[in-house]
Design a protein around this ligand. Structure first.
Ligand code: HSE
Length: 445
């Protein structure tokens, strides 16, 4: 998605001699955690910002649902309005920042802003992942920027590096810990907490929502994975292309086994470009070798690990959520948009063609499979037969349990396809000696 530069209209009212100090006027849609932090950052040190960048940014309008709610000194009452549609077309707004989230009304407001010739900065991952084409076409038609650094991994600069710095690189794989809430929960489970305890803690700290589904079932990470895959490989991947499994089925036994085998458990977003040019994107709990750089990413931190043919391995690490870190990403985009306005150019995003998606069933990796079985003579041979009949080779196994009672057998397989492993599980579930599948985690090196 590397962009060529092309001419567009210059900032209204700016004369060449006025360029240095005329403020770029910002209309903000949504003033929650990130919007409020952005207002703070803009108000804090405008002279410092001008000294560093040669630009002044002035917040001129702020659209919120509740205008009666006090927003603090950075958002004076006279800036507030409930009329978001008026903000995007207002004469005193040069750049629109959309931080409402969700599909509507964010989509319509962004389209209206672009049609009015205003660059837009958004942190809306869902919108960019699923309706990016429509928005980028509108931005291209208007000749203005549509920037979305905050949509992936909050404060970590990853969109611009993928789109610009690495534009010429033949990237092969990008793996990310792109959801801070689940990384926090997994870190606590690694320390011995149950899923329920760790989730409750994440909720009390404000990381997880009361309804945590979007985070814990991997929806949030899937939208980010789709954006990452599109940027990394120049082929359009949408949220629905991403194979997804969340963390809510993980148990303390999975973590204990992972530790014994030299792994940690991470919710990874993995985007790959395969040898035949097809692309895959998936989000699922993954066993990561304890000495891999991603294994050291703990608590609510995010990281994105990028692999390319010439550049080798890179890792971007930092805060993937939170008001000020995410506002930092929005501010960088705002300055970029402001520079474009001042220079009469914009970074044009080409619309890539649809990706050829490699089916999830065709992806291959080693697997951890855990079985709860009766501990009787011949059980191991019976379950091992199911692996063998489906072409899944066992690399190692470990059994815990008292003779005559129930046992847990943990297997690590050699590299096998998802299709063959699922066929194995189907057969295993039908065996009388197997009480349950205790766990299944893909090993991602
Ligand atoms: N809820 C997300 C997280 C942040 O926990 O990382 C917003 O995408």
């Amino acid at each position: 998605m590397a962009g060529s530069r092309r001419r567009s209209s210059t900032l209204a009212g700016m004369t060449p001699e006025g360029h240095a100090s005329a403020p770029v006027r910002v209309g903000l849609l949504g003033c929650g955690n990130v919007g409020g932090a952005l207002a703070e950052v803009l108000a804090e040190d405008p002279e410092g910002l001008f000294a560093r960048t040669g630009l002044r940014l002035e917040l001129t309008r702020v659209a919120v649902r509740n205008t009666a709610k006090a927003r603090g000194p950075s958002v004076p009452e006279h800036l507030l309005t409930s009329d978001a549609a008026a903000v995007v077309t207002a004469d005193d707004v040069d750049v629109v920042v959309e931080l409402i989230g969700g599909i509507e009304p964010a989509r319509s407001l962004i389209l209206d802003a672009l049609k009015a010739g205003k660059p837009v900065v958004t942190g809306n991952k869902e919108l960019v992942a699923d309706l990016g084409d429509e928005l980028f076409q509108a931005a291209a038609a208007a000749g203005v920027d549509l920037l979305f650094e905050a949509a992936v991994a909050g404060g970590i600069p990853i969109v611009r590096p993928l789109r610009e710095s690495l534009a010429g690189e033949r990237l092969t794989r990008v793996m990310g810990i792109v959801n801070g809430t689940t990384n926090y929960i997994l870190t606590k489970m690694e320390a011995g907490e149950s899923y329920g305890e760790a989730l409750a803690e994440a909720q009390s700290l404000g990381y997880a929502e009361r309804d945590p589904t979007a985070d814990v079932e991997g929806f949030d990470a899937s939208a980010k994975a789709a954006i990452i895959a599109t940027l990394a490989f120049g082929q359009k991947v949408v949220g629905g292309d991403v194979a997804r499994e969340g963390i809510s089925g993980l148990t303390p036994a999975d973590f204990a086994f992972a530790r014994r085998m030299g792994f940690v458990v991470k919710l990874l977003a993995v985007a790959e470009c395969h040898g035949d040019g097809s692309v895959s994107a998936r989000v699922h709990p993954s066993l990561v070798a304890a000495d891999h750089p991603l294994a050291s990413v703990r608590d609510s931190f995010n990281a994105v690990f990028v692999e390319g043919e010439a550049v080798g391995q890179l890792m971007f690490f930092g805060r993937g959520a939170g008001g000020r870190p995410t506002a930092s990403a929005v501010l960088g985009d705002l300055l970029d948009a402001a520079h474009s306005l001042r220079g009469g150019a914009c970074g044009r995003l080409p619309q890539p063609g649809r990706a050829r998606i490699r089916p999830f069933e065709d992806l291959a990796s080693p697997y951890y499979v855990s079985l709860l079985v009766r501990d009787q003579p011949g059980v191991l041979a019976t379950v091992a037969g199911a692996f063998g009949r489906n072409g899944v080779s066992i690399r190692s196994m470990e059994q815990e349990g008292a003779p005559g009672g129930d046992a847990r057998i943990d297997f690590i397989t050699h590299t096998a396809t998802e299709r063959d492993v699922q066929a194995t599980l189907t057969e295993l579930r039908e065996l009388e000696v197997v009480d349950a599948i205790g766990g299944l985690i893909r090993v991602v090196a």
